[in-house]
Ligand binder design. Structure first.
Ligand SMILES: CC(C)(COP(=O)(O)OP(=O)(O)OC[C@H]1O[C@@H](n2cnc3c(N)ncnc32)[C@H](O)[C@@H]1OP(=O)(O)O)[C@@H](O)C(=O)NCCC(=O)NCCS
Length: 163
């Protein structure tokens, strides 16, 4: 079952979020050492003020976030962020289910979903393309991780054009 996390889920969310940042540094703009230094209340506050969906209990099996844009000129689109499935739970359809849940939650609220993904992350790109996302650009050297530059693909899904 996929649910929207709240402040009470802060400890479980913190654990999976830090695992994601530690295991896959090239897949996230955030850094494990910086978020790892934050108190539990910081994670509780993030959950209270955002849309983070997850599956599993404690530990959580997977998470995905939606980040609405507040500025009036950006409000027609929402960013997908913080998408991660624990290795033991992968290749069983959970990633597709989380992405589908996020798409359904955004439909009717905004016109477009946007995301960026490491250009070398073939698994995630396949998943996004299967959900209807298309690449509209590539940002060279989007991240510098341990001295290595990582390009990102910029992808979008027009929700107002879905049947
Ligand atoms: C990307 C990720 C979320 C996929 O989660 P998952 O639960 O394994 O995904 P699913 O089982 O729903 O797979 C859905 C589809 O994605 C693609 N896919 C997933 N893992 C893949 C892999 N290792 N190799 C190739 N394709 C893969 C396939 O098309 C798959 O469909 P199929 O199983 O019918 O072939 C997971 O691998 C992950 O957390 N990776 C590390 C973090 C990350 O890359 N996050 C995205 C940042 S933008």
């Amino acid at each position: 079952m996929i649910r929207c996390l709240g402040a009470a889920d802060a400890a479980a969310y913190r654990a999976i979020r830090l695992e994601a940042l530690e295991r896959c540094p090239e897949n996230f703009g955030a850094s494990a050492d910086i978020e790892g230094a934050q108190p539990l209340a910081w994670f509780a506050e993030r959950l209270a003020g955002s849309h983070v969906f997850a599956a599993g209990g404690d530990p959580l099996d997977g998470v995905i976030g939606l980040r609405p844009q507040e500025a009036p000129k950006l409000r027609h689109k929402v960013l997908i962020w913080g998408f991660y499935v624990r290795p033991a739970a992968r290749r069983r359809g959970l990633g597709a289910a989380l992405l589908g849940h996020a798409i359904a939650a955004a439909r009717g609220l905004v016109e477009e979903l946007r995301l960026s993904v490491a250009a070398e992350n073939a698994a995630a790109i396949r998943l996004y393309e299967a959900a209807g996302f298309t690449a509209y650009g590539r940002e060279p050297r989007a991240l510098r991780v341990g001295g290595r530059d990582v390009d990102e693909l910029l992808m979008a899904l027009r929700l107002d054009q879905l049947s």
